[in-house]
Design a protein around this ligand. Structure first.
Ligand SMILES: Cc1cc2nc3c(=O)[nH]c(=O)nc-3n(C[C@H](O)[C@H](O)[C@H](O)COP(=O)(O)O)c2cc1C
Length: 318
């Protein structure tokens, strides 16, 4: 059994967090991951507060284990959601797309563990100073909105820069990746792409099929020119975005073309107008299976890798 500072901090069995993926990380998926011993997250994304409250209540009915909420700080409902998490007794909050500093006093008073997602050492340091309990350190391999630095390079640099536990995200879908993250000094991992293919995930069957069939080079990053890079699976629609960016890569132009396209991917499996966000690790995800199996596969395999790394790899130390 792998026990780390993260399992202690959150009171969970395994140091695995399921990423709070917009539209995909609903109550059913989050509860399934928490029931399996990891930490499930509900992705609040741009959803109105009453929708998020409904998801929290549904998750509470499905599991008595801890689960969390990912708050996208650019959401127009961020203030309301920050408050309702306190009211509903949410145990863990992860944050993305902004600085959660103003919410810290209320969250701390409520005993909520706060884990910002960071793409750089500078932001990691700032979040630690603000009072974060841990950090999700996300590399550019990840699916969705990303930073510029790889997990391999970023995790050890943040580990050296802060005292609080670091959770590695981006490019982890099996025990080898998870074991590697632990070797880099992380105390746990956050997994997104592999959970798109969980049986409990509400992603359209077509979406799951695309992830399961993807190979190593099948993702593309759009939005780099305007400072809002997003990683998705290559398709006809991302080709259109890339074409547009050659003429006008401004945030407004790309937003005009892509607005609603991620929802079309998740809910409709729409190949013509859908943005199927996914990480580079999709090439390692081969099938749809229950969330519990995904959690146990990553943890069990990591234990095996850590115990037998040298002998299996034919490596000797002399
Ligand atoms: C489809 C998709 C949607 C995502 N949406 C969010 C989000 O709304 N908020 C967030 O903090 N992270 C989001 N992420 C990032 C994940 O929470 C997680 O950090 C990332 O997927 C880990 O890397 P991986 O994709 O290589 O597993 C998303 C990722 C994916 C693949």
């Amino acid at each position: 059994m792998i026990k780390t500072k993260l399992t202690q901090l959150l009171g969970i069995q395994y140091p695995i967090i399921q990423g709070g993926m917009a539209w995909i990380a609903n109550a059913k998926l989050a509860a399934a991951v928490s029931e399996a011993g990891g930490l499930g997250l509900i992705g609040a994304a741009n959803a109105p507060a009453d929708v998020v409250r409904g998801m929290i209540r549904e998750a509470k009915a499905l599991t008595s284990k801890p689960f969390g909420v990912n708050i996208m700080l650019m959401s127009p409902y961020a203030d309301e959601i920050a408050a309702l998490c306190v009211e509903e007794g949410v145990k863990v909050i992860t944050t993305g797309a902004g600085n959660p500093g103003k919410y810290f006093p209320a969250w701390k008073e409520a005993g909520i563990k706060v884990i910002p997602v960071v793409p750089s050492v500078a932001l990691a340091r700032r979040m630690e100073r603000a009072g974060a309990d841990a950090l999700v350190v996300e590399g550019t391999e990840a699916g969705g909105h990303i930073g510029e630095i790889t997990t391999m390079c970023l995790v050890p640099q943040v580990v050296d820069a802060v005292q609080i536990p670091v959770v590695a995200a981006g490019g982890i879908a099996d025990g080898r990746g998870f074991a590697a993250a632990l070797m880099l000094g992380a105390q746990g991992c956050q997994v997104g792409t592999a959970f798109i293919c969980a049986e409990e995930s509400p992603a359209h069957e077509e979406y799951k099929k695309l992830v399961a069939q993807a190979k190593d080079t099948d993702t593309v990053v759009t939005g780099r020119a305007n400072g809002h890079p997003v990683r998705s699976l290559k398709n006809r629609f991302t080709k259109k975005i890339v074409e547009l960016e050659k003429e006008d890569g401004s945030f407004e132009a790309v937003e005009n073309l892509t607005v609603g396209s991620y929802r079309k991917a998740v809910q409709e499996g729409n190949m013509q107008e859908g943005t199927f966000m996914s990480g580079q690790i999709a090439g390692l995800v081969k099938e749809v299976r229950p969330a519990k199996e995904i959690v146990e596969f990553i943890v069990g395999d990591a234990q095996d890798v850590l115990k037998n790394a040298l002998s299996k790899g034919g490596i000797t130390i002399e």
